[in-house]
Design a protein. Structure first.
Length: 372
């Protein structure tokens, strides 16, 4: 196996596939890239237990030859070492040649290295097969679905399904839902009414996928009972699904409220940031005190207390005080990405929701905290 390749395109392909390389693995092959020269160009594959990525560096891109001087074949090379060498080399091209199936010599300008490699037959047999009914979605829609919900997914493995984003298609809506049981985020976009599926996808996987997407293009999505596949450009990403039933969210989002606060997003975020600095905890508690006359954000700890009034507000309802995790509310407000937010409450210890008053497609739900 041998090829000469454009350095920047090679590094781009390694970076894309590198999203699936585990930091460590009991299977030595999984910390490697599988490289294969085919008539179409250089294929790069990487995988861990959650995600597998296939990407192609085509022989010709536009009117430029990207891969040349080729000899067909395949090999596995340690991912970190290969990517770092390519990243640090000078020049526009490099050449890789496999010697006796055991060593890979890479020449880049005046520099060359020889790396141990593995036979590609030792790499797991991966399938990037699609279902019979894939659908196409604007990349910008998938990016929105993930960016506005993924932060609410759990990072703990005690209940695996909560580490996922539930992606559900029904009634002309594709809805992404994430929750760690203390908060919930849900975002919907319009789709073909004929489309129906329900999948739990690891939130980290979806975040990795969206970082690879071009917002101006489309992504083809294909789902089976065990996996979901995303195809875009010259790349295919296949992810395992979490089979456990996702918590029902529609029944826990309240529809009627007794209090409503509309406030400038940046003013609220800044006030929360300033008063919560008193807390040394990972989950700083902040209190909102609201009435017809004033709205205050405050925090009280053993090291002191702070209070700040909010000026650009509209409040409806009787006097109300409610405490919450400052990080949860700040992340929810940032995810909405709007100038003003509307916060609706039922009572002191009931979950409340945060919304963009001009967009009903997204809702953030937060569970209050006890302070006494």
């Amino acid at each position: 196996m041998r090829f000469t390749i454009d350095k920047n395109q090679f590094l781009k392909g390694l970076t894309i596939a590198g999203k699936a390389v585990p930091a460590k693995s009991t299977n030595p092959a999984l910390i490697c890239y599988r490289l294969e020269i085919t008539p179409k160009g250089l294929e790069i594959i990487a995988s861990n237990s959650d995600i597998a990525i296939w990407t192609l560096i085509p022989t010709v891109l536009g009117d430029k030859e990207i891969v040349r001087n080729t000899s067909l074949g395949s090999v596995c090379i340690t991912a970190y070492t290969l990517a770092e060498f390519v990243r640090r080399t000078e020049g526009d091209e490099l050449t890789l040649e496999v010697i006796d199936g055991a060593m890979a010599r890479i020449n880049a300008g005046k520099c060359s290295v020889t790396l141990k490699c593995m036979n590609s037959d030792e790499y797991p047999d991966l399938s990037f097969e699609k279902s019979a009914t894939p659908f196409v979605l604007p990349c910008s829609d998938l990016i929105q679905l993930v960016d506005q919900t993924a932060f609410a997914a759990s990072t703990k493995d005690t209940r695996p399904v909560l580490t996922a984003i539930n992606l559900k298609a029904e009634s002309g809506k594709l809805t992404a839902t994430a929750t760690d049981s203390a908060r919930l985020s849900r975002k919907s976009v319009d789709i073909d009414p004929a489309l129906h599926f329900n999948s739990n996808i690891p939130a980290k996987t979806l975040s990795d996928v969206t970082h690879l997407l071009d917002p101006g293009s489309n992504v083809e999505i294909s789902s089976t009972n065990e996996k979901i596949t995303f195809s875009f450009g010259n790349t295919i990403v296949s992810s395992r699904l979490i089979s456990e039933s996702y918590p029902v969210s529609s029944s826990i989002i309240p529809s009627t409220f007794n209090y409503r606060l509309e406030v400038n997003s940046q003013q609220l975020l800044s006030a929360i940031d300033r008063v919560s600095i008193l807390s040394q905890n990972m989950a700083p508690v902040v209190k909102l005190s609201m009435s017809d006359e004033s709205v205050f954000v405050s925090s009280a700890t053993t090291s002191g207390n702070g209070e700040e009034s909010l000026s650009t507000v509209q409040f409806e309802g009787d006097r109300l005080e409610i405490a919450f995790n400052a990080v949860f509310v700040s992340e929810a407000v940032k995810a909405l990405g709007c100038e003003d937010v509307a916060i609706s409450f039922i009572g002191e210890m009931k979950p409340f929701i945060i919304k963009n008053p001009k967009d009903d497609s997204i809702v953030e739900l937060i569970t209050p905290m006890r302070t006494r």
